[in-house]
Structure formats: C-alpha cells, structure tokens
Design a protein around this ligand. Structure first.
Ligand code: PLP
Length: 370
C-alpha cells in the first residue's frame, strides 16, 4: 500500500498501537537504563541511544526514503549532523568538495577540515560547477537549493559522476525537507539536514539528522555521535516528532504562498534578483522540477540598497526580522548583515510562513511602498 505524503507524515514512526498507551509515547528522560548482566542493547546509556530518538529516527527515515531500508541518526543540531558526516568519513590526505555558496558555517568547517590535513575544494552550486573539481575526491557535499542564493544543481548528474570515481555523495536537504526532495532516491548516499527549520517548523528547537543506506557508513556516523556526544535532548526529539504530523499541511501551505509571493514580487519594479525555484521563469526551475516535489518556503530578492532593505523589513507587520527559515510564522532578514554570504547589501531572504496567502502578500506589497 502506498500512502500520500499527508498520511505518511501523520503516521511516521509511530509504534504498533498498545492498549492504554498513547499513540506517540512521551519523551523518555534517562541518562541510563536498568541494565542487569551483560551490557547489550538496545538501551544502555543515554549518550548511545534513547527510545524517543528511535521513534523519531524511524519517522524521518520513512519520509526521506519511503519503503526503503535506511538508517537515520538524530543529532543536537544540523551542524552536529553535518560535522558527524564530514569528520567520520574523511581522513588526512582525502579531498572533499563543498559548495562555495552553501550554509554560512561551512567556511568554519573548512578551516577545521584543513587543520586535520583534508583538502577542501569549493565550487558554486549553479551550473553543476562542483563537477569541475571532483577528480579524486572522497566525498561530494551538495546543498540544493543552496542557502541563501537558491541555486539548484542536478543531483542525479553529480551523483553519477561522483560514483563513477568512487566518491560518496551527501545532500543537505534542509531547505527542501523530505517532502520537497528525496536525495536517496536521486542516488545520493546520505541525506543530511537541519531539523531546526521547515522539518519541525515552529522555531522552538534545534535538531539535525543523517539518513543513509549503507550500514557501514551509518555505523561510523553513529560512532562519531557517541564520541562527540552531540545528541538531541529527549524533549526536543519528542517535540520534533509531534511536529512532523503537520509537515505536509505546513509545507503545502508555505510552498503555495511562496509561489504567490514570488509572482507578486516579479511584477514590482523595485525588486531585482528575484529567486524562487518554483517560479517557471526562475533559472533553476527546469532542474528543480526534475528532482523536487515541492519548491520550499524561501524566496529571495534584492532591493536597491541597505537603507531600502531595512525600511522594508521595519515596515512588515506579518514577518518578523529574524534569521532561520521554514517556520509557521514568516520571517525575513537582510542577509548581508552577517557578512560571509556573497550577497548584495539589499539582499532579502524571506521565509514564508503559514499565514493566509492574501494577508501575507498584501503586507509585503504594502511594506515595499514604505
Ligand atoms: C540552518 C542550516 C544548517 C545548520 O543547522 P543548525 O540546526 O542551525 O545547526 C545547515 N544547513 C542549512 C542549509 C541550514 O539552513
């Protein structure tokens, strides 16, 4: 039986119903478990495993790769998950390819990888430019759509080239969420994401995860989690699982409104550099349509300068000036305030929430007049 995304989301990871037990068991708060005799699993010590993680890990696995045998590991944050893959899979002397336009912490990761004797190469996401620096690399790291520039690369094409020379491929699936894109079905070895953003969607927790097919890769990532101890709290894991039930409702609303907002912005003379992969005129639309099922909640565009962008942000009533994205309440920010991203001073990253589409679009158009 194949289910739709909404059915899968509300049921994901639930244990078999047990009389007089809740449908989704509550968080298990345990540093250690009763463990007589030989210390065999499944639950021994709280840094190694936790039943609340187990339910959430099954849920994420069912969404990332429906019907497939995969292993998922949850982490304290997206960066904990990303670091777990990079530092567990790479050794001194290896080469890794990262995107040059990816998440803003990647340059910090790069410094650390280089300090450990790993060669780091970068190229932009757009135009599949990472292909040009792939030769001899042990791992290819893809971020598509890229944050904040919203460029898209052809995952199948990059995977084919990487696998032909024995490289592993990991995709950062944060922006798309598993309902927007399933990297493992596109051939990637690992799907890695921050659950802080659209996956959980309420802006009230940090979380990360790694989903992969190869048990040996999963075992080494699991070992890294145990060594570093970057583990999710049981309360966060439980809240995340609870939030997954509404993933399809949230993502469908947010993606629909994001497209409506992008269409409204496309008609405005003061807006330039508009990007939304779901917009038929977007440079990424053709590739995105071939590999994405939904195009995400983030729209980016450029206003004339910093002053104009700040005035716009201050005039918004339905979008708070805040970083991060994917939440039920819209947020927007002038990305250049952080430094690090190669974006113009007037560059706005707008995260579309679950407000009524007409209200949000009207608020944005009104704020542009400010
Ligand atoms: C936010 C983000 C991360 C990092 O996630 P945290 O949960 O903040 O550690 C990684 N990749 C992308 C694309 C992100 O947007």
């Amino acid at each position: 039986m194949t289910w739709g995304d909404g059915t899968r989301a509300v049921r994901a990871g639930l244990p078999e119903p047990t009389a007089y037990e809740p449908t989704l068991p509550g968080p298990v708060f345990a540093a250690h478990y009763h463990l007589p005799g030989e210390p065999t699993g499944p639950y021994t010590y709280g840094r190694d495993d936790n039943p609340t993680w187990t339910h959430l890990e099954r849920a994420i696995g069912e969404l990332e790769a429906p019907g497939a045998e995969v292993e998922t590991l949850v982490f304290a944050s997206g960066m904990a998950a990303i670091s777990a893959v990079l530092f567990s899979q790479l050794r001194a002397g290896d080469a890794v390819v990262l995107p040059s336009d990816g998440y803003q912490a990647l340059p910090l990761v790069r410094e650390q990888l280089e300090a450990y004797g790993i060669e780091v190469r970068t190229a932009p996401t757009g135009g599949d430019a990472q292909l040009d620096v792939l030769e001899g690399a042990r791992l290819l790291w893809i971020e598509t759509p890229s944050n904040p520039g919203l460029d898209v690369c052809d995952v199948r094409r990059l995977v084919k080239a990487a696998h032909a020379q024995g490289a592993l491929v990991a995709v950062d699936n944060t922006l798309a969420t598993p309902l927007g894109q399933r990297p493992l079905e596109l051939g990637a070895d690992l799907s890695v994401a921050s659950g802080t953003k659209g996956l959980t969607g309420h802006g009230d927790l940090l979380l990360g995860y790694v989903t992969c097919t190869d048990p040996a890769v999963a075992a080494s990532v699991r070992r890294w989690r145990k060594i570093v101890g970057a583990i999710a709290g049981p309360m966060e894991a439980w809240l995340a699982h609870r939030s997954l039930a509404t993933l399809q409702l949230r993502v469908d609303r947010q993606c629909g409104t994001a497209l409506a907002l992008a269409e409204a912005l496309a008609a405005r003379p003061e807006v330039s550099g508009l990007r939304y992969p779901g917009l038929p005129t977007d440079p990424s639309h053709r590739v995105a349509s071939a590999q994405m099922r939904r195009f995400g909640s983030v729209v980016s565009f450029v206003l004339a300068d910093r002053e104009r962008a700040e005035r716009f942000l201050a005039a918004l009533r339905l979008a708070e000036d805040a970083t991060s994205f994917g939440g039920v309440r819209s947020t927007a920010e002038r990305r250049g305030r952080w430094g690090g991203d190669a974006v113009p001073e007037g560059f706005i990253r707008f995260s579309v929430g679950a407000e009524d589409p007409a209200d949000l679009v009207a608020d944005v158009l009104r704020a542009l007049e400010a």
